[in-house]
Design a protein around this ligand. Sequence first.
Ligand code: NAD
Length: 256
Amino acid sequence: MQSLLGKVAVVTGGARGIGRGIALCLAQEGANIVVNDLRAVDSRGVVLEIEQMAQLALAFEADVSDRGQVTALYEAALSHFGRLDIIVANAAISIREPVLDANWQNVLRTLEVSQFGVFHTCQLGAQQLVKQGKGGKILIVSSILAEIPMPTSAAYNMAKAAISHLGRTMAAELACHRINVNIIAPGHIDTPGERQFASEEQLQQASQNIPWGRLGTAHAIGRAVAYLASEDADYITGTTLVVDGGYRMGMRLPSD
Ligand code: NAD
C-alpha cells in the first residue's frame, strides 16, 4: 500500500538532483507534488515523470531566498490542491572558496538561499499547517557538513549547521501541533550540483573514502524522506537521519 496516498507535498529545488529524487519517491508513495525551482521550465521533466506515475504535480517557479516568492509558492499549492501535508526544504547552493579569500557577496548569497531560504520555506509552510490543524511533516535537507568542517565551504557549512538547529527548535515548538520536523543529512551524493565541483575521476576517487564504496543516490535520500513523511515515523521528531554510506565513520576501504 502507498504510505502517502492523497497527501500534498511541496519540494523546493525539486527540478534536479536530490530534490528530484525526493519528489519522485514521495509521488511513488501516492503524494501529489508541487515541484519548486528557480525556473518552472526546469521542473517540467519531473512533473511529467510524476504524471506518468498517475499522481498530480505542479511546477512552481520561486526563489526561496525571497519571502514574497515563497508566500506565492504556498498560495499556488493551496489554490491548486486545497491543502498541504508535507514540506521539504531542499533548495540550497554552495559557492566554494577558502575563508581567507571569501567574497562577501558570495557568502551572503549562500546564506540567503541555503539558510534564510530554508527558514522562509519552513516558517511559512508551518504557519499553513498550524492553520489547517491536522498536523503535518517538515523535512529539512541539511548535510553531514553541518558537523564536518570541510575546507572551502564555510558559508555552506554555517548554513547547514544553522538549518539543522532550526529543525530541532521547530520540532520542539510544533510538537503540540502534531507537526513532525526532522532533518536529513546526506553524505556525498551523485547529483548535477555535485558534478559542478568534481570530474568523474575525482568522484571515483572520493568513492574510495566511503565505506559503502560508492557515492549515494538521490533515490536513497528520497526513500529516507518518504519514510520520515509517512505515518510510520509519527513518533520521530527533532532528529537527524544521516544517509551517508558510513562516510562519517572516517574509514577508508582497504586497497586491493
Ligand atoms: P543540485 O544543485 O543538483 O540541485 C539543487 C536544485 O535547487 C537545483 O535544481 C537548483 O536550481 C535549485 N535551487 C537553487 N537555488 C534555488 C533557489 N534560490 N530557489 C529555488 N530553487 C533553487 O543540488 P543537490 O546536490 O541535489 O542538493 C540538494 C540538497 O541536498 C541541497 O540542500 C544540498 O545542500 C543537499 N546536499 C547535497 C549533497 C550532495 O553530495 N549532492 C550532500 C549533502 C547535502
